[in-house]
Ligand binder design. Structure first.
Ligand SMILES: Cc1cc2nc3c(=O)[nH]c(=O)nc-3n(C[C@H](O)[C@H](O)[C@H](O)COP(=O)(O)O)c2cc1C
Length: 143
């Protein structure tokens, strides 16, 4: 069955303390596990950056929860498209601290939006390749 992936960035409503992030991730992972949605969340200097993927109805369900959250605002969607396979098989929601400069740079990468299925079978957009490169270089604690 088709899978879709969404990338967005947003600003936290207030600076997130480690305990706030723990609570958020616990809630997100519990729900994502139920829906079989996987992905990764970056946070630094009040900036969020998230990628999540799964079957379309499940991704929409999760996206709705994300958009409703009062913990952040100014959500900007960077990529939304069908993906040929999961990029994050292991993580119901991986997490990494990321300096704002990294998130800023990722936001300027080339992402893909609304690519028709037939036109786009490439595994990773340039933005996704940069995200992977950052994750490879970041500490390896398994969120
Ligand atoms: C940056 C961010 C990422 C989130 N990621 C997910 C997610 O991956 N899956 C999910 O079910 N909910 C996700 N949520 C929603 C939260 O788990 C939680 O439902 C929400 O933050 C509660 O918001 P509220 O306190 O305004 O009700 C996310 C929320 C934020 C702010």
């Amino acid at each position: 069955m088709d899978m879709i992936g969404v990338v967005y960035m947003s600003r936290s409503a207030r600076p997130m303390q480690p305990a706030d992030l723990d609570r958020l991730l616990m809630d997100a992972r519990t729900h994502n596990a139920e829906k079989d949605v996987t992905g990764v969340l970056l946070y630094g200097d009040s900036q969020f950056f998230q990628y999540f993927e799964g079957h379309p109805a499940d991704v929409e369900d999760v996206y709705e929860r994300i958009r409703r959250s009062t913990l952040h605002h100014e959500l900007v969607e960077l990529e939304r498209r069908r993906v040929p396979q999961r990029f994050f098989r292991k993580w119901f929601m991986g997490f990494r601290d990321a300096p704002a400069s990294v998130i800023q740079k990722l936001s300027q990468e080339q992402w893909k939006r609304e690519m028709p299925w037939a036109q786009d079978h490439s595994a990773a957009s340039p933005g996704m390749q940069q995200l992977m490169a950052f994750l490879d270089s970041a500490s390896t604690d398994e969120a």
